[in-house]
Design a protein around this ligand. Structure first.
Ligand code: BES
Ligand code: MG
Ligand code: ZN
Length: 479
């Protein structure tokens, strides 16, 4: 998809995209307004939120087609409504669309309308077809017709949308196309391609991971014949305190010896890692003034004769010992070492993103991400960011009783599973054990929100919560 701004109504024959409120007269071009408003009074056009009305213009104006997009009632119109209104806008309407930008403004601010517009259409326009013989031609050139200054907003949103699409691609790739080594290669190429001297990267292999004492991470990898990789990216966009994005990078979650009976879609268990990389890409491309790191402990947990077993005890990087109750609680094992590594590398704020628990899906479903944190102020910041991103978050508790359960092992310091009850909190309380007292920590459980199976045409990785992370970073920019 490409996006640009044109100052004057172009002479193009391409379709014109116009927004219209239910309770307002349509004004597009004097040549055609009378007839359109006549259709409106005969109730032949529908301006309910998201409706796409297709009109042919028969030479009255250069554009052969007008799509009038329903914006609903003006009183209910806002940025979220705008995103909803655009649900039907994608390459299927034409290769080039001329957007009558001002018709989508209502009382809203042009820059933000431009950002939301680009975001929504790019999201709709995404197709994952790299492994299909027949490709979808989803080329789309959006041209905004307006005199408002929206170039910068367009560019920012376009960079962010590209990062989200890359995140979705990573999540959609099956394991046999994306191993830990391949994700590491992707991350290194991304860091290189950003061509920014403030960006640096390091990939650690098994021996270096061993030398760091990251035995919780290594335990998950024990049964796999693929090497684990620690991915570490840095972006010194400011001299402020470092923020670490720690993404769960389980390239495939079989469950290990606590084998999953249904592991379909567990290729997406690296969605946290993919989101961290997406947020990093967007932050660098948009030149955010932040000091940012990404840490990913990437591995799969396939099994052989050397694989981790329930009852085994692992010693994490911070020397805490962990009794394995279920090898399927693998994400928290890798995250334990990953957050230790991030803090050792100087991160004063750690945000981990993980497809961590089925319990979170039971509690919050597929549209709300579970949020945990040890600092109310930081929690409020990311909640505010999620509202700008139009991605829902809901805070869940970590309390004394769940902490006691995490510490109730009879043979080790910690247990890697506290069972079904309060499962999302149990996982969060486990990770909290590896957070130092002066570290601000946020934990996003995206088990329900990172991947969708419905509706069919939107199947796959969602890119959640890249938009939230991006806005959170932007709100943390140093002056
Ligand atoms: N990757 C899963 C969680 C998950 C479930 C992600 C559904 C996406 C959709 C995680 O590693 C896992 O297996 N969690 C267990 C934890 C249990 C063993 C303590 C779970 O949720 O059952
Ligand atoms: Mg698991
Ligand atoms: Zn998992």
């Amino acid at each position: 998809m490409t996006v640009s701004k044109t100052f004057t109504k172009t002479e193009s024959k391409s379709p014109l995209l116009v927004g219209a409120f239910i309770d307002e007269e349509v004004r597009i071009d004097p040549e055609i307004d009378g007839e359109i408003n006549a259709l409106v009074s005969e109730k032949l056009l529908d301006f309910k939120t998201g409706k796409v009305n297709k009109l042919y213009t028969f030479g009255k104006i250069p554009n052969q087609i007008i799509y009038i997009i329903g914006l609903g009632n003006k009183a209910d119109y806002g940025y979220e409504a705008l995103e909803e209104c655009l649900a039907g806008v994608d390459y299927r309407l034409g290769k080039e669309l001329i957007v009558d930008f001002d018709s989508f403004l209502g009382e809203l601010e042009p820059g933000e309308v431009a950002r939301r517009f680009v975001k929504a259409v790019a999201d709709n326009n995404y197709v994952y077809d790299e492994l299909k013989s027949e490709k979808t031609d989803n080329e789309l050139d959006l041209k905004f017709d307006t005199e408002h200054e929206i170039e910068q907003a367009i560019e920012e949103a376009f960079n962010l949308s590209t990062a989200v699409a890359n995140t979705r691609d990573l999540v959609n790739k099956p394991y046999n196309r994306l191993s830990a080594a391949e994700l590491a290669e992707y991350a290194a190429n991304l860091a290189e391609s950003l061509a920014d001297e403030r960006v640096s990267w390091k990939i650690l292999g098994k021996n270096e991971i061993k030398a760091l004492g990251m035995n919780a991470f290594l335990g998950v990898n024990k049964g796999s014949d693929a090497e684990p990789k620690l991915i570490h990216l840095q972006y010194k966009g400011s001299d402020g305190e470092a923020i670490g994005l720690v993404g769960k990078g389980i390239m495939y979650d079989t469950g290990g010896y606590s084998l999953k009976t249904n592991m379909i879609n567990m290729k997406s268990d690296m969605a946290g890692a993919a989101a961290a990389l997406g947020a990093f890409e967007a932050a660098v491309k948009n030149n955010l003034k932040v000091n940012l790191q990404v840490v990913i402990c990437a591995t799969d947990n396939r099994v052989d004769g050397k694989a981790l077993l329930p009852d085994d005890v692992l010693t994490a990087m911070n020397k805490k010992t962990i009794e394995i109750i279920s090898t399927d609680g693998e994400g928290r094992l890798t995250l334990a070492d990953a957050v230790c590594f991030a803090q050792k590398e100087g991160c004063k704020t750690v945000v981990d993103i993980a497809t961590l628990t089925g319990a979170c899906v039971v509690a919050l479903g597929n549209h709300v991400t579970g949020l945990f944190g040890n600092c109310d102020e930081e929690v409020e910041k990311i909640m505010a960011a999620s509202r700008k991103a139009n991605e829902e978050l809901w805070r869940l508790p970590i309390n004394k009783s769940i902490r006691e359960q995490v510490r109730s092992s009879r043979v080790a310091d910690l247990k890697n599973s506290t069972g079904r009850a309060m499962g999302a909190s149990g996982a969060a309380a486990f990770i909290e054990e590896f957070i130092e007292s002066n570290t601000k920590w946020l934990h996003l459980d995206i088990a329900g929100t990172a991947f969708r199976t419905e509706p069919k045409h939107r199947y796959g990785g969602t890119g959640v919560p890249v938009n939230t992370l991006y806005h959170y970073l932007k709100d943390n920019e140093s002056e």
